[in-house]
Design a protein around this ligand. Structure first.
Ligand code: WTA
Length: 701
């Protein structure tokens, strides 16, 4: 992605565009063996999902589900851009992921749980057992008075009780909102408040990096935070990591906190009829960070979402019921919802669920798990690929597993890392799908169809079947493929997996994803509503897209989007801090990490103690994932004359780049002081330009 001075002159770009220069990578072909067994082998598949067949082509996706009532309208655009898919249809997600498989797969494992401590045995949960547990938990929730349309917040780690709880909610039509287990109690509390949940479901503890974490402590903070914001939580249901024992130190609050395992004793063997819900009812909320501190709840539907993740799991991940599939993501992120729980289970897969850190106790762990369980489909993120490569480049060779297909997701993967993934992890046998998509999109947007398209390291491929991406420049003009220019990637058409709205904020939904390129706000024609993904991208002459990263004010840390405003406001909770600015810095393993600049209030002496408290504030308000690489206390922020902080300058300093012309700043001298503080007097600045996402990031002032 870095531009060299040599190539810089080659492409003329207007201000509305971004020039991109890199070497075109060569193609890799799927093996004949893979092609012969693949679920999707029709070379005309993309044409079959061409815009001329839209939206009816997506009937094929809906047909993969079992409906209680058939739908009458494929796509209803009457409330554009709030799309309704498969209207008139009624179905139940829990029925589709569990009940309908019983006849054929009753005694096949649905989930295999691998605890982090290596001495603890795996737990295989058969479809029949999953059915029993989901029904019992649904009975418990129903008898507590919860019903369709209510929201329940989950704050759970990677344990089978999480998908069981999600499916129990889905059985009743309760909208679940799972908050990533690694997020802090405060982050959970603000999401409880936004969703209006009265019930929080959590777990006492879980293993992470060799430590049994007291997770219940977060529940107390979450409830208090929600209360302060005006949302009262009536009940906290606590699963036990070791049933019958309490794995946390934090006391249970009488009358509010209950052990799920105790309550379930009254619901043994109970059955709950899956509720026949409208296709366009909400299945869950998934919060992602936006550009303001307020959490943004992406609302996903039952019929559209479930059909989309089911079909893409089948055709792109190539899941067959006899496969053993392992996605190392966390269920607390959209990848886990779509491609550990809903998509795989709707396909009667055996889905592996690993509790802990991939490199615990060493970088051979994932390959030991793969060998022992016979995993043949593997799915992870570039950050894990980079980490495993760094710590154990030769480890995969020591284990006798064989993957037929592998996926990467979450951030751009460097061709170097891609090749290690292909050569070493995939042993040159496995196909790779590089799947580009977002929380908001429910499932894949850009990817190859693995038996049909060649792979190209660093590029996700063309649009997925029925997804028609387009790159627009700032003025709304199309950036043609093969031009070497990048712009904002948008999707021309709606698709079943697209979010329905931002929970409780219709205006923000329109503003964030559509306003920039919509020309007629009253139009009911989907053609007028391209969906803006918020990524920069370039399309090569072969039609493949390469994603450059986020163009909005969001930092993608190890594949997880963190709002910069959220981080900055966390810093400001330290009373001595007057101003905070956060910028992304390149990181070998995590891709990007936040680096924080703070200015303290007049009269306050800079100290290590303040820095420590800023780090702690980020961990508490957001979670460990937001831990800044460095915190610098600067004498003043570089500012424009109108007083705006110039993050671009800070980003250049943090990334050891030339700061460019700063003479127009209100306080140009401070730039050199900060540069020396960060880079030392022997500065090693390069003139290489910043990667596109960081450069763009800095422009949003
Ligand atoms: C980035 C995760 C390049 C992108 C599913 C997007 C990717 C953001 C890829 C969404 C990929 C995801 N190649 N970039 N294959 N996949 N991204 O909402 O910037 O957590 O906008 O969804 O991750 O992150 P989110």
């Amino acid at each position: 992605m870095a531009k060299t001075t040599e190539t810089r002159e080659l492409t003329e770009v207007s201000e509305a565009q971004i020039a991109v220069h890199w070497k075109e990578e060569g193609y890799y072909q799927p093996s004949e063996k893979f092609k012969a067994q693949a679920n999707m082998r029709d070379p005309r598949i993309l044409e079959k999902f061409g815009l001329d067949r839209f939206p009816d082509c997506f009937r094929e996706y809906a047909d993969m589900l079992t409906w209680f009532e058939p739908y009458h309208t494929v796509l209803d655009t009457s409330d554009a851009p709030f799309w309704k898919w498969f209207v008139g249809g009624r179905l139940n997600a829990s029925y589709n992921c569990v009940d309908r498989h019983l006849e054929q797969y009753r005694n096949k494992a649905a989930l295999i749980f691998v605890p982090e401590p290596e001495a603890e045995p795996d737990v295989a949960i058969k479809y029949q057992e999953l059915y029993t547990s989901v029904n019992e938990v649904a009975a418990l929730l129903r008898d507590m008075g919860l019903k369709a349309g209510d929201r329940v917040t989950l704050h759970m780690p990677m344990v089978p009780e999480l998908p069981i709880t999600m499916l129990a909610c889905a059985r009743l039509g309760i909208i679940h909102s799972q908050v990533f287990g690694g997020f802090s109690g405060q982050a959970c509390g603000s999401r409880i408040h936004d969703s209006g949940s009265h019930v929080l479901i959590t777990m006492d503890g879980y293993w992470r990096n060799g430590a049994l974490i007291d997770h219940k402590a977060n529940a107390d903070i979450a409830v208090r935070t929600a209360q302060d914001l005006g949302q009262h939580v009536e009940k906290v249901l606590v699963w036990q990591r070791y049933p019958g024992a309490y794995s946390a130190q934090t006391p249970m609050v009488p009358g509010r906190d209950f052990f799920v395992n105790d309550l379930l004793k009254d619901h043994k063997g109970k059955k709950v009829e899956p509720v026949a819900l409208p296709s366009e009812a909400a299945l869950f909320l998934m919060y992602s960070s936006g550009t303001t501190g307020k959490p943004k709840g992406a609302q996903h539907s039952i019929g559209g979402y479930l059909s989309y993740v089911t079909a893409t799991s089948k055709w792109i991940l190539d899941i067959h019921p006899e496969d053993t599939y392992w996605c190392m993501a966390d269920i607390g992120w959209i990848t886990g919802h779509s491609y550990i729980v809903y998509g795989p289970l709707a396909n009667a897969a055996t889905s592996v669920l690993y509790e802990g850190v991939p490199t615990f106790p060493d970088a051979g762990r994932p390959w030991r798990i793969a060998e022992r369980l016979g995993v043949n489909i593997f799915h992870t993120a570039p950050t894990a690929v980079r980490m495993l490569r760094k710590l154990g480049p030769q480890e995969p060779r020591k284990y006798k597993y064989h993957f037929k297909s592998m996926t990467t997701v979450g951030e751009p993967i460097e061709p170097e890392a891609w090749r290690w993934y292909y050569d070493e992890v995939g042993k040159r046998e496995a196909v790779i799908t590089d799947t580009w998509w977002l929380t908001e999109t429910g499932g894949f947007l850009g990817t190859t169809v693995p038996a049909i398209h060649a792979m190209k390291p660093g590029s996700c491929g063309p649009g997925a079947p029925g997804i028609h991406p387009v790159v627009y420049d700032e003025t709304g003009a199309e950036v043609p493929k093969g031009s070497g220019k990048a712009g904002n990637i948008c999707i021309r058409n709606p698709w079943p997996g697209i979010m329905q709205t931002i929970w409780g904020d219709r205006d923000r939904y329109i503003k964030t994803y559509f306003a920039k390129y919509n020309k007629s706000p009253r139009s009911k024609d989907w053609r007028d509503w391209p969906f803006m993904c918020g990524d920069g991208a370039v399309q090569a002459a072969d039609g493949y897209f390469r994603i450059l990263g986020r163009i909005d004010d969001v930092i993608n840390v190890a594949g997880h989007r963190l709002g910069t405003k959220e981080i900055e406001s966390a810093c400001l909770t330290v009373p001595e801090v007057a101003e905070a600015a956060v910028v992304p810095v390149q990181d070998e393993v995590k891709g990007r990490v936040p680096e924080v600049y703070i200015a303290v209030k007049p009269g306050v002496q800079p100290s290590q103690d303040i820095i420590d408290r800023v780090v702690k504030a980020n961990e508490e308000v957001i979670g460990k994932i937001a831990r800044p690489k460095h915190v610098y206390i600067v004498p003043d922020m570089p500012k424009t004359r109108s007083g705006k902080i110039m993050r671009r300058v800070l980003a250049a300093i943090s990334n050891r780049r030339d700061v460019g012309d700063v003479t127009t700043l209100a306080n140009p001298d401070v730039v050199e002081q900060i540069r020396t503080m960060v880079q030392g007097t022997q500065a090693t600045t390069t003139h290489e330009e910043l990667p596109e996402d960081i450069a763009k990031f800095g422009q949003v002032e």
